[in-house]
Design a protein around this ligand. Sequence first.
Ligand SMILES: Cc1cc2nc3c(=O)[nH]c(=O)nc-3n(C[C@H](O)[C@H](O)[C@H](O)COP(=O)(O)OP(=O)(O)OC[C@H]3O[C@@H](n4cnc5c(N)ncnc54)[C@H](O)[C@@H]3O)c2cc1C
Length: 605
Amino acid sequence: MNDNNTYKVGIIGFGPKGFYGFERLVAYLNEAKVSSTIQIHIFNTTAFLASGDVYRTDQPAYLIMNYANRNINSWVVQEPFSMASATPDFVTWLTAKGHANAAPGKYAPRSLVGGYLSDCYQMVLEQLPKNVVVVAHIGRVTNMIQQNEDYHVFYTDRKTGEQDIVACNNILFTTGHHSFKAQKPISETFGNRIDFIYPTNEKLKSVSAASLVAIKGFGLTAIDAILALTEGKGGKFKKNDKGVLKYFSSGEEPYKIYPFSRTGLPMVPRNGSPTSDAQLYFFTEAVIAELKQNRPISFSCTILPLIKKEFYFTYYSVLFKNYGHQFYFDDDFTVMENQVQYFHEDYPECPVFNWETIINPFRDESVLSTVVIQVYIQFLIDEAKAGEDKSPFMAAVATWRKISPIFNELYSFGGLDAVSHKKFDSYYFGLFNRLSYGPPVKNMQKILALCKAGILDFTYVKSASITRNESKNNFSLYLENGKETDINYSINATISRAKEGEFENELYQNLLKNGLIREFENKLKAGYKPGCVAINKDGNAINEDGTINTTISFYGTPTEGITCDNDTLSRTRNDFATVWAKATCEAINKKDGSTENYEREENVL
Ligand SMILES: Cc1cc2nc3c(=O)[nH]c(=O)nc-3n(C[C@H](O)[C@H](O)[C@H](O)COP(=O)(O)OP(=O)(O)OC[C@H]3O[C@@H](n4cnc5c(N)ncnc54)[C@H](O)[C@@H]3O)c2cc1C
């Protein structure tokens, strides 16, 4: 701890993003041929290093990716190149290991991706420079204080439960999903209220057969929970001779599962094909440059109309093509509207583009039924199977995936005015996520099969509320219209995000108290705190008094709110890892150099 000749780097949270930071740091250290001793201290709550919680290798195989194999690559082709013994992308790795489902368009089990990530970590460890030592600490970091030039990192060892302190000179925070999760006191948790579903094997084990279960959320996490309660309890999915997926009960699953969410809508599934490389027509370079010049940007007045036009153009490009026509772009939007009008005169049976129908076909209905949702899921499955090439609907919703990196540039570091920022975080983020980053078709077919088997019930899917009945030790799930059912288990299948007024994670609260960080506030035209740390454009912390601290950096989900959409395996999205690794290597070199100079001066004297 007091060894002044050793530079100590801490990486707090070692899922995929922690690994990416580590990999870059080792590559820079290698290139710079740093001679001093460097310790890299890795802190992670579990021993699943590099895979983290989301890709832990011990989870069941039915918990799959929502991202096709072709998109997964732990490496970047960027100088300094990695010194790892090999740098295979996921498909190459799967093929080399002899896995049957190595096709680029397939969706792998998340545990397999975890295996890949931890192999990649080993490949870097194998080639570690001799002067670099890696020390892994398995446990939760709860606090960090500054002592002169050191940071004392407090963590609770997972095995012993004892608290330990490690001194570091430079820290990277990559705490992922936990960044926004408050640690609940034990007194607030009950056996039949499950606040977090991972690891599903452990957390959902106690849910008994024939029970009534309410699931809050209808996104990817809810699908994981539903599969864990059915397939995970021994049920089987099999296709019948017509190719329709059927569920065969094990008798161990709940009697009814009631998902519920604000909109009541399922995510739009995907078929694994790559997103088309057709260009964007309205987010042109000139438009983007102009938007950047005119910050703060209004989302609803400036960006949303462009998004709607992109959706419209893509929708009709595919619809026209399906009928042997071509839809022509024109700078004058009315010229395109005229083409559309003539088209619909010729083909009145074709559905007209309607933004509201795409984003929420049941907006005006306060209650939805199981039948309505079942029909809608079937529609989504059919469209997803047709894919972006053939389905105008799928082509339209896929457009967001192309807009998203551009939007991230416009949004980041307070690019939107405060009101727009809040509106985007609280409404549009979820909407675009639901439309563009949905599960594989296979998972939606399973949801449909469970609905047909009578296990999944959508009676309460839209805007239900749940309350606890202390006396009966159960819950009531109810709608405003008075409809109500008893519930034995209440499961929260949502993942915490940055949220106004909810910057509650214990570690980040302590950093705040210790003056090491401050909360980000967008003050453009109004005031809005998205619930995340303030950072500069290199991911460095901005402390209590507004000073930039280059020895504390953040990467990934902790930066959500000041940057956008970090919930991904992507190595390029908001890549603060590279900047951090480069700056850390320079700081080590500087320290090395100054020590050498100092020694030389001493010799002269
Ligand atoms: C159900 C689900 C499915 C997903 N599917 C996909 C997908 O198909 N494709 C995709 O690109 N993305 C997917 N994601 C998004 C996923 O979050 C990211 O791909 C990825 O996990 C982000 O990596 P990360 O390292 O930032 O965070 P995480 O994976 O969350 O890793 C953070 C690590 O930090 C540790 N940690 C946190 N706090 C502390 C602390 N105080 N002390 C010590 N350790 C700590 C955690 O235990 C964890 O190991 C999915 C997410 C979920 C929840």
